[in-house]
Design a binder for this molecule. Structure first.
Ligand code: GAP
Length: 511
């Protein structure tokens, strides 16, 4: 665990040192759970957005894009249920004065039990080798079955407490499990209370409730209220989807773990409108499609798992998370939610406008059902950064930090170096740089020795470094160094563009 903590600390400081992520308002000691993206961070973030947008919009004829405003009529949030039900159960520790999400405390406790099960499973897998049958082991080994029953019973009790809004039993559950405050170690807890997560502000010069505006806590509502506009202008027929990328705001109680849980963050959401009764089929489709999108980046298939929700949000009849193995354990990266016709029906009722679709095949009108995919851009950024960060031992006392980013996501695709600052090498290197940057994000560097320049590019994940030397002036060839293998080859300048474009092609991950 301590090793994982160190790894996470190293990633956070690497993100700052190399211009990926800075604390917001740092010169004023920083604003909690708000972050800024630096020069390399904004490139990486944009590339993740492009990957998502291409996969969802460009590669699906039946998905179109949208960019709706952050501010919306406050009635939107009344209709969506966020004013009344977008709450987290919170609890304070009286000794440390720290505030926690009550459900997260219980989930962390469950994860500890789960880790014990995984330890037994992995020990047995080693012992039995190829003959190991994990399913049989899990259903027969007494320690594992006892722990699994314990997990099931905690989950059932938490689910009942949440569903029945029984906050007294929620506190009793925390006490019965003997959960202690991670900071003070004490079990001196306050009661559990509900806390609404929406930020609000004031419209123009209108005082009081009348002028109250919310900062959207999800981008999805912008899609729902534009359902008819898009339907009438895009010639789409059900099933079809609307996708958008944008900022969302939540007054998170527990804001920690760097950019994992922020108060201002970005979402990439898609609402897929389907015939009532077909939602289960599309839920399964999108669950698999989204996992495939993640795995195409080759960040490690073992880093993903599904987690079904015990208590789907107030708008959903089915929901799951795609979890990722962050340095602090498996946590939610993306949600897939079957949102029924809840949102459109609510908006129809409150606005008085019909939000229906006439199905030419069925010859009837209905309020469509919706399957949503919703991924946090910042979490995707953290998943990418943390799984690609490697501290490599090169032998003989040498090491390097390398970000083994998928080339399509790398902030800089090619770095171009003149070997020295003399003999016309910089001019030649600039000529190549000017040619390549028309198609690829490139960097020209002449400062420091070549080894240091390679290390700097490794640390930001640049797939290729091109070096111009004296031989270049004679035969128009350069050395090209590949980031992961560190191997160098001599190739003709004319080939460089093709080699780099091939490696960084979107086609590699979109197929
Ligand atoms: N429209 C549905 C919705 O918003 P959600 O599960 O609350 O569902 C979707 O959020 C995704 O947004 C999450 O899977 C996560 O990646 C991201 N997310 C949610 N809260 C976040 C926060 N405070 N900071 C960063 N990302 C967050």
């Amino acid at each position: 665990m301590a090793q994982q903590d160190d790894l996470f600390k190293n990633i956070v400081s690497h993100a700052k040192e190399y211009g990926f992520v800075f604390q917001s308002s740092e010169i004023y000691d920083g604003l909690g759970a708000v972050y800024d993206y630096g020069p390399n961070g904004s490139e990486l973030k944009n590339n993740i957005k492009t990957y998502w947008w291409k996969a969802m919009v460009q590669m699906h004829e039946n998905i179109v894009g949208l960019d709706s405003a952050i501010f919306m009529d406050p009635q939107v949030w009344k209709a969506s249920g966020h004013v009344d039900a977008f709450n987290d159960p919170l609890i304070d520790n009286k000794d440390s004065k720290k505030r926690y999400r009550a459900d997260v405390l219980v989930e962390d406790h469950i994860e500890k039990i789960n880790q014990k099960i995984l330890k037994d499973v992995s020990k047995a897998a080693k012992r039995f080798g190829e003959d190991f049958n994990e399913e049989e082991f899990r259903s027969t080994h007494p320690n594992v079955t006892r722990r699994q029953e314990e997990i099931n019973s905690i989950e059932a009790r938490m689910k009942a407490a949440l569903e029945n809004e029984d906050l007294v039993d929620f506190k009793a559950l925390i006490e019965d499990l003997g959960i202690a405050c991670p900071v003070s170690g004490s079990k001196n807890w306050t009661d559990v209370r509900q806390f609404n997560l929406m930020f609000n502000t004031q419209l123009g010069n209108i005082a009081g409730e009348e002028g109250k505006l919310y900062l959207r806590p999800e981008t999805a509502q912008g899609i729902f209220v534009n359902f008819l506009n898009v339907l009438n202008t895009s010639r789409q027929r059900i099933p079809f989807g609307i996708a958008q990328i944008g900022k969302a705001f939540r007054n998170e109680i527990v804001a920690r773990q760097f950019i994992f849980r922020m108060r201002e963050f970005e979402q990439m959401e898609m609402q897929f409108f389907v015939r009532p009764g077909e939602q289960e089929k599309w839920y399964t489709y999108w669950k698999e499609a989204r996992l495939k999108w993640h795995k195409s980046l080759s960040l490690g298939d073992e880093n993903y798992r599904f987690h079904d929700h015990l208590k789907p949000a107030h708008y959903a009849d089915n929901a799951l998370d795609i979890e990722f193995k962050f340095p602090f354990g498996f946590k939610e990266l993306e949600g897939v939610h079957s949102r029924t016709d809840f949102d459109l029906t609510q908006h129809q009722e409150l606005s008085g406008k019909k939000l229906q679709y006439f199905d030419p095949e069925l010859q009837e009108s209905y309020v469509p059902y919706v399957v949503e995919t919703s991924i946090g851009l910042d979490r995707m950024f953290l998943a990418t950064l943390s799984s690609c960060y490697k501290n490599e031992d090169l032998g003989e006392g040498n090491s390097r930090v390398v970000l083994a980013l998928p080339p399509v996501l790398a902030p800089v695709k090619v770095a171009i170096f003149p070997l020295t600052k003399k003999d016309g090498l910089p001019d030649k290197a600039r000529e190549i740089f000017n040619q390549l940057r028309l198609d690829l994000n490139c960097q020209y560097e002449e400062k420091d020795n070549i080894g240091k320049r390679y290390r700097r590019q490794d640390a930001i994940g640049t797939p290729y470094c091109i070096t111009v030397d004296h031989q270049t002036l004679e035969d128009n060839t350069v050395t090209i160094r590949e980031r992961d293998s560190m191997e160098q080859e001599r190739i003709s300048i004319d080939q460089v563009r093709q080699v780099a474009l091939e490696k960084c092609s979107w086609g590699k991950v979109l197929q």
